[in-house]
Design a protein around this ligand. Sequence first.
Ligand code: SIN
Ligand code: FE2
Length: 223
Amino acid sequence: MQPTNFDLFADHETEQQPRAEQIGEQSWVLRGFALPVVEQLLPTLDTIIGAAPLRHMMTPGGFSMSVGTSSCGTLGWITDRSGYRYSTVDPLTGEPWPAMPQVLSELAREAAQRAGFADFHPDSCLINQYIPGAKMSLHQDKDEHAYTAPIVSLSLGLPAMFLFGGFARSDKSQRIPLLHGDMVIWGGADRLRFHGVLPIKPGRHPQLGERRVNLTFRVAGCL
Ligand code: SIN
Ligand code: FE2
């Protein structure tokens, strides 16, 4: 696969330092960054989804989302007819969201660090499961209390075509293929860029099967 842009870290690359592709002033794709911990991470995902099942949430406009959603961490992102927001409680179970496993928070912290954002301590991890055909329309992540921390995304399973746009919905988007283990980080000047995912193509991933799972780490509450 061709890098989408130049690689500032090329001089420092070793086998332990996966390829970094710059996709914006403060935005990076870290190819395969999660692969060293993926075996450790997948069982924790099953545990979370066991306690806080994936569900198709309703948008404020009354549409059922094509992705199945859950969360871990102190805050979970939710949507229903009354709007988009964060909640300390899973509305499906009435219980707090499962705790964020250290393997996940640590991975997110290291990815953020590699992209130039020190001391990233996410309090929220949104889990979106895409079955073939599911998509995510262009949107900005702006339900968080502050925009000082970056967004850190981890892709697992089937490939996706990630759309990375500008600051207006109508701005042209870059198309960035994301594979199992890739991470994307955008923050600072790029924090409010529109982004989305084209419909997932049918396929079967050796570990995840017929699905893609995306984890989005955020600082949602007060810093
Ligand atoms: C999101 O923006 O919430 C999801 C992005 C992705 O699935 O890659
Ligand atoms: Fe998003």
